[in-house]
Design a protein around this ligand. Structure first.
Ligand SMILES: [Zn+2]
Length: 134
């Protein structure tokens, strides 16, 4: 339960209702991911059973690789969702990890797991790109 939130300017920081809405969005996303992964796993099991035809072996192998990568990405996303929800409980959600400024409701609705404001995110991506090129 998110109580004792300090009174913050409504236009910049998230209101209790906005926070609750975002918490619900994250909850839904987590449920969807968990469902998708369950389906992936049963899909993989199905594939192994039909797999006996050696001709199809190669394509099935690459399909399986794809499903596993997908599951990896989903796991990462789930982690982000869980840490976003943890930040909500701690009252840190909605503040940029980089500069401490409010991330803004519109950005959080578009991307509920965002931990940085658009400015910090952009400069982080730019320096990431620079380090790849180096
Ligand atoms: Zn920032």
């Amino acid at each position: 339960m998110i109580a004792n939130a300090p009174p913050l300017p409504e236009d910049e920081y998230l209101s209790h209702e906005e926070l609750m809405h975002l918490h619900g969005v994250l909850q839904d996303q987590a449920a969807l991911l968990l469902n998708a992964n369950r389906q992936n796993i049963s899909h993989l099991t199905d594939q192994r059973e039909i797999d006996s035809d050696a001709v199809d072996q190669a394509s099935n192998e690459s399909d399986r690789g794809f499903s596993l990568r997908l599951a990896d990405r989903d796991r990462l996303m789930l982690k982000k969702i869980q840490s976003a929800q943890a930040r909500m409980v701690e009252g840190e959600y909605g503040c940029c990890e980089g500069c401490g400024e409010p991330i803004g409701y519109n950005r959080q609705v578009a991307r509920p797991v965002a931990t940085q404001c658009i400015d910090c995110k952009t400069s982080a991506e730019q320096s990431e790109r620079r380090s790849w090129q180096a």
